[in-house]
Design a protein around this ligand. Structure first.
Ligand SMILES: [Zn+2]
Length: 483
């Protein structure tokens, strides 16, 4: 038995001022065969890792292809996408004959000329491997679950948790189903229900927690192989954006259709009740001691992460014992390294990349700590922060980074000598992934509605190409089975 695995992944915010090029992938995940790290998966590479670990026991040969993944930002350069895609497809061709293919994709990657890169890759892969080869795909729930993907894959599984703490668990399930299909023990069939809605669905809140737990309890029984909830990725101007439910059953299309519709209707009934309450900047900055999230400037959604609005408000109110991070500003990091630890000097930082970055901060800052090549943890994975500088401005400590990413692990602060548990207020730029590490140490968590580029009010996003009607842009929608 022969299986092939590869990864091509990013989450594209088509409104972001930061273009994504091959260099963006080289800075994050760029592993050719023979170069894959052996300690842990990187971003979307869990299918390859899981398959490698189980190959001997399950009796198959794994052919390892290339894995490319970039941090969320703007649209990927067309030639660079085609280069990475064609490298993977050439490897696939060279690996024939194959019984199975495992792809670790994100599912919201857009390249110039390609609204649906994953659908494009899958369609070409299917042409190469033929109809009898079993193709399994793992996606992030912040994906566009397009028809082209469902038509060309045999099994698709999305992560269930947000924060995404179950990337490896879902990859294990994917491999189990793909192997069972190759062995003819099951015949997966998929149904997709389009809920016609845009929303945010953290599974750390009770309503969504219960919903996901019920889905999990149904799996593995009565021919139900897998249930996935596509949240959608709101910051992309592509036609097939929107929440979709995917059900995989064992050779029972009618059951998959029925369940997808039933779950989809329940998901629709939850509209407007799944996201946390967002406070205004003025109220939130008065509510110590808390962990405060700034989702509107989350690098994980493609934002630059250099908006200064909350920091400005904290300084204006003379907040003390507060820390904020990260702010992505490679130039300011360089200036801090040039000034040196302990230096007090006038620094302009943040507020650079686009209109939604707001104005830069100007202040007399003290460089309290410098550290090179830092990492932070996210579940089992390590995420690079690059060179980091901790500065003190008024009573607020700020972590400047030169490798753009969101707040995930406590090391973001600890690397540069700031102890998160000793702060009265911690401000983290992240939508919900921060909850894995910061939830357990927080006395209280507040979500702020600031003016960064990722508006929580979807009606303010300047879509031009999204299929309508869709909630909450439109009140009357027509949900239904689409596959
Ligand atoms: Zn996601």
């Amino acid at each position: 038995m022969r299986l092939f695995s590869a990864t091509l992944a990013t989450e594209t915010n088509t409104f972001s001022p930061l273009p994504t090029s091959l260099a963006s992938y080289q800075e994050s995940v760029f592993y050719r065969p023979g170069e894959h790290p052996t300690d842990a998966p990187r971003m979307c590479t869990a299918p390859l890792f899981v398959a490698r670990a189980r190959a001997a026991a399950e009796g198959f040969t794994l052919i390892e292809g290339s894995c490319f993944a970039a941090s969320p930002a703007g649209t990927t350069n067309r030639a660079d996408y085609e280069f990475m895609r064609d490298e993977i497809l050439d490897q696939l061709r060279a690996a024939l004959p194959l019984d199975g293919v495992l792809l670790g994709l994100h599912g919201a990657m857009v390249a110039h000329g390609y609204d649906d890169t994953e659908g494009d890759l899958l369609e070409r892969a299917r042409d190469i491997v033929g109809k009898d080869c079993v193709i399994g795909v793992e996606l992030d729930p912040h994906c566009h679950l397009t028809l082209k993907r469902v038509r060309n894959a045999d099994v698709i599984i999305l992560y269930k948790e947000f924060p995404h703490t179950d990337v490896a668990d879902r990859a294990e399930e994917l491999l189990t189903l793909v192997l069972a299909a190759i062995r003819k023990q099951i015949k997966p069939v998929m149904s997709v229900f389009d809920c016609r809605q845009i929303g945010s669905y953290p599974t750390t809140l009770p309503l969504m927690r219960g919903f996901v737990d019920r889905m999990k309890a149904m799996e593995g029984k009565e021919g139900i192989l897998s249930i996935s909830i596509g949240h959608c990725f709101p910051y992309a101007d592509v036609p097939e954006l929107g929440g979709r439910i995917l059900v995989v059953t064992d050779a029972d299309k009618a059951k998959a259709d029925f369940l997808a519709r039933e779950i989809g209707e329940e998901f629709i009934a939850m509209r407007g009740r799944t996201a946390p309450e967002y406070m205004s900047v003025a109220i939130a900055t008065n509510a110590f001691p808390v962990v405060m999230a700034d989702p509107a400037d989350n690098a994980g959604g493609g934002a630059p992460t250099d908006n200064t609005t909350i920091l400005r408000e904290l300084i204006a109110r003379d907040a003390q014992d507060a820390a904020l991070g990260p702010i992505w500003d490679p130039i300011a990091v360089r200036l801090c390294f040039d000034a040196g630890e302990g230096a007090t000097f006038p620094l302009r930082f943040g507020g650079k990349t686009g209109p939604a970055s707001g104005p830069p901060m100007d202040g007399l800052v003290t460089v309290t700590k410098l550290a090179r090549d830092c990492l932070q943890s996210f579940g089992p994975t390590q995420v690079p922060l690059g060179n980091c500088a901790a500065i003190r401005v008024g009573g607020v400590s700020v972590v400047l980074i030169d490798n753009r990413t969101q707040a995930l692990g406590l090391e973001l602060f600890r690397n540069v000598g700031i102890e998160p548990t000793e702060q009265k207020l911690l401000v983290v730029k992240s939508t919900n992934h921060f909850m894995g590490a910061y939830g357990p140490i927080a006395k209280k968590v507040i979500y702020v509605d600031a003016d960064g580029p990722l508006s929580r009010d979807y009606t303010k996003i300047p879509y031009t190409r999204v299929n309508r009607p869709i909630w909450p842009l439109d009140q009357d929608t027509t949900p239904g089975l689409i596959f």
